[in-house]
Design a protein around this ligand. Sequence first.
Ligand SMILES: [Zn+2]
Length: 283
Amino acid sequence: MGRPQSLAPNPYKEVPFMEMCKAGKIQYLKPRLGAQGAVAGFTTRHEGVSRPPYNSLNLGSNTLDSSHNVEGNRSLLARSVGATLDHFLTVTQVHGTDLLVIDAPNSELSHFLKLECDGIVTNQPGICIAVCIADCVPVLLHDPVQRVVAALHAGWQGTAANIAGKGVEAMVTLFGCDKKDILAAIGPSISGCCYEVDRPVRDAFKKAGMAWDLVAKEHAEGKWMLDLAAANRLLLSDAGLSASQVQGTEFCVSCNQELFFSYRRDGGDTGRQVGFIMLEEQQ
Ligand SMILES: [Zn+2]
C-alpha cells in the first residue's frame, strides 16, 4: 500500500489513526472499536468483481453498476467478516437524520433496504449494519458495555443537522448507554484538501450553530474548503464523547484514487465503499 498523498497530522492526538488490515480478501481500515465483541471497518475498493468505473469492490446499490456485481461484492464482504448476505443491512440514504432502530431479533431484513434514513442503530448481534459512502463521512459507534452499535452517514447536510449527535443520543435514550462507554470511529471521506463548498453550505452550518471557522477555510470569494470529518469530531465532542473515545483516519478519498471511490473526483459515476459494524454473538 502506498503512502497516502494527503497525510494529515493526526488531529485526534490521544488515539492513533486506524490501521489498514485484511479480512479474507477484503482490505479495510480497522478502527479499534472493532474489538470487544464487535467487527467493524471501512472498506477500500480493492477486490470484488465490478468493472470500471465501479472497480472493483462497489458496495452501493444506487449506482449504474450491475446489481449482480454489487450483490457479489456484498456477499464477499459479508463472508469475510463472518456475516451472511441476508444479514448485511443498508438503507436508502437521503441526507437526513432519521435512524432505523432494530432492538429485537428480526430474521427478515430485506424490507429495510428501501427505508429512507441515514443511520442504523441496533443491539442485535449478527446484523452487519453499513452506510454507503463516496465522499461523505461514515461514523461508527460502539458501546461494548451495553452492546449497542450504530452506523451513520454524514454528508454536509447530515453533518449540519448533527446526525452524529443524534446517533449518540439514540444509544443513550433507547438503550441506556453511558456516553463514557461509547467509542466512535470517523472513516475516510473527502477532506479539507479537496472539498470545496459555497455559501449555502456555510449558511446551513452557521444556522445550525456550528463553529464554521474551526472546520472551514475560505480560499476564494464565496468558496471554502470544508473538513467534514473535523465537523463530525466537534459534534461528537459536543455530544459528550472525549477525544480519547474518537478515532479517525488520515485518508482523503479524493486524494487516494487507488484505495477509495470519490463521487466528486469521478464526476458522479463511481462506486461506494462502506463503513460497517456488527455485534458478534456472545460466547
Ligand atoms: Zn484530498
